[in-house]
Design a protein around this ligand. Sequence first.
Ligand code: NAI
Length: 345
Amino acid sequence: MIKVAFYDAKAYDKPSFERYGALRGVSFKYLETKLNEDTAELAKGCDAVCVFVNDTVNAAAIDRLYALGIKLIALRSAGYNNVDVRHAFGKIHVVHVPAYSPYAVAEHAMAMLLTSVRRVHKAYNRTRDFNFSLNGLCGFDLHGKTVGVIGTGKIGRIFIDECRGFGMNVIAYDPYPAEDAGIEYVPLDRLFAVSDIISLHCPLNDGTFHVVDADAIDRMKTGVVIVNTSRGALIDAEALLEGIKSRKIGAACLDVYEEEADVFFEDRSGHILDDDLLSRLISMPNVLVTSHQAFLTEEALNGIAETTVNNVLSFFENDGICDNELCYRCGNIERCKNGRSERCF
Ligand code: NAI
């Protein structure tokens, strides 16, 4: 039996991981705590760790895991910005789930956009109080508006299809344009200048950190709606708040937030929130926040569990070779030139 320490475990994770794990001989030790250098010790006696988006898999945590004999870090997410893949190289292999349900995330982005522009969240609260007034609920049509999509990978392209279904004009920016997708690519500056709605679907890396900052917001149309279901640090949250206070930004739909790690996924009701910036954003009538929920559908949870169990088995039973390995050797983390035909280290 392969033993895996499962950090940041939530009730909704267990049914799918139990089902696939039990079927395939992988046993999970569920830990409510997040992985960091102090909690790494809890993986003692395990072969691998399984982590999610807000576990801190930095150099110090990796060194502790390595000292414990951990062989594999299995991310149950596509994004891996929280893992120091470079530091792990030569010590512990890292695998991820490149795709589970891109529809889950794209549909959540659209759900947030529709909710925001048609004030559904406000109407829901009102009618529960038998307040049937429409004052302040006037929205706008998506039809005919220009949406700028940053990142046209799996999720971005599905979101584009949805936008086309609504009759929106779509423009996009991606340093690696999708061929034959019929997408009109424009420079980022132009996308900022002409979009009524901007939706972020690119990964967080050195090139995309704070891609939406004060300068970018200055160049946007007044009343722009910003949707972020990718990673919080794509947006400078302080600049976003300023943009909202100055009425430059019409609305923001945030499923992710730069400093979400200590707050999101937890029940903080009844507590004083220490993060003033997040409190202020949430207090704004035109800001909609969900707590990194875009992935959360049954289809996605099953896909994550199945791929993670396959990754673990593939690594331990296939001489360390796994298609979904993130390798730093050639610097091309997701597309290792090694071609997966031999061990990376
Ligand atoms: P993907 O890898 O299929 O697509 C990412 C696209 O971004 C690629 O086309 C790539 O060329 C492009 N890109 C890279 N650098 C860029 C830059 N500087 N500017 C613009 N585009 C750039 O990834 P996928 O599956 O579409 O996921 C996108 C992001 O969604 C992930 O990186 C992750 O952060 C986020 N995500 C969020 C979830 C949630 O629950 N909120 C769940 C799953 C993913």
